[in-house]
Design a protein around this ligand. Structure first.
Ligand SMILES: [Zn+2]
Length: 339
């Protein structure tokens, strides 16, 4: 059989797709939704493989040996499976342009090189412009024969209803921490301690955990974010304003810093609410001592206020507010923790 084993978790989605393929009742358009790096594109590739596997009948495709089609699709090198991604424009904003859609439409109208079914995987369709969405609507309404379209997005609500209503939607949920930890140690040979930490930090996103295991810069960045938070909490008002200035000078990096801080305050709040015992749901499990200390020294109301204000500050930064003002305001809310 084909390569569904590359999909970790999401068993119900795999089961549903397998069944509809076995019954010859697959749709011509799918929308796979879920958080970033939860496995949407991996599931899309697995469906493209299932639609085009050549070793299915004689069993010559499976673990350890993929047929030609499945192997090429796994590496995005199969001519009849197109992966379409939005472009990054200024300030890291993603845009899927109408020209990209038009080019795809021309390709889909040509006959396949070798595939049974041509597949287009359109990543992050929530980044499509209105023009691109409307152009693509024509393809959804009258798809060329033997073409399957797979869209991915974080949330179906971010697409035009005319688009999402024409797709079969599969909503992928975050994976269990234990499943991520186990997959990291068995499939990616990550050592036990790192796997344990990354599984908690991943918030259910296996793709993030795998990347963090391979790129040390990701954990190094997080450590720097946490050090800046401790510096702010221990610092005077003057020191905090200097820090706000420094962070505001790198506007493209600031949202990631605040994301780390939100996750830290969420943990401290959990600890405060549970009297220090709420362990299972914690994200930053390597920060337990510092978080417990803060939870015991800061009034619960101040912890909650810090969490809310950091969440608000992150939202404001993502909506182009003045970074320096947002950060100064945030630091006015934070409690003073002199060491
Ligand atoms: Zn195959």
């Amino acid at each position: 059989m084909t390569d569904w084993q590359n999909v970790i978790g999401h068993g119900w989605a795999v089961q549903m797709l397998r069944q509809s393929l076995a019954n010859g009742r697959n749709g011509h358009a799918y929308l796979i939704t879920g958080p970033d790096q939860v496995g949407k594109t991996t599931l899309a590739r697995a469906l493209a493989q299932a639609l085009n596997c050549t070793g299915e009948a004689d069993g010559s495709c499976g673990p350890g040996h993929l047929c030609r089609a499945c192997a090429l699709i796994a590496n995005d090198r199969y001519p009849d499976v197109r992966l379409v991604e939005p472009e990054v424009s200024g300030r890291g904003k993603l845009t899927l342009k109408i020209e990209t859609i038009r080019q795809l439409q021309q390709e889909l109208n040509l006959s396949a090189y070798e595939a049974r079914t041509k597949v287009a995987i359109l990543k992050r369709f929530d980044a499509a412009t209105i023009g691109a969405s409307n152009a693509f609507l024509k393809t959804l309404e009258e798809p060329p024969p033997r073409v399957v379209l797979i869209l991915t997005a974080t949330d179906a609500d971010t697409l035009l209803p005319t688009i999402s209503s024409r797709c079969r939607t599969l909503n992928l949920r975050p994976l269990a921490t234990e499943l991520i930890e186990q997959s990291l140690t068995t499939r990616w040979r990550v050592d036990d301690d790192t796997a344990h930490l990354l599984a908690h930090l991943a918030d259910g996103r296996l793709g993030w955990a795998v990347r963090a295991a391979q790129e040390s810069a990701i954990l190094e960045e997080r450590a720097a974010h946490l050090a800046q938070l401790q510096e702010a909490l221990a610092g005077s008002r003057v020191r905090r304003f200097q820090l706000a200035d420094k962070l505001a000078n790198k506007p493209e990096a600031a949202p990631a810093v605040l994301q780390t801080w939100v996750s830290w305050w969420r943990d401290v709040n959990l600890l405060a609410q549970s009297g220090g015992t709420g362990m299972a749901a914690l994200t930053n499990i390597d920060q337990l001592d510092a978080m417990r200390q803060t939870a015991s020294r800061v009034p619960d109301t101040a912890v909650l206020a810090s969490l809310k204000q950091t969440t608000l500050a992150l939202w404001q930064l993502e909506h182009n507010a003045n970074g320096r003002l947002v950060l100064e305001n945030l630091f006015l809310t934070y409690p003073y923790l002199t060491m």
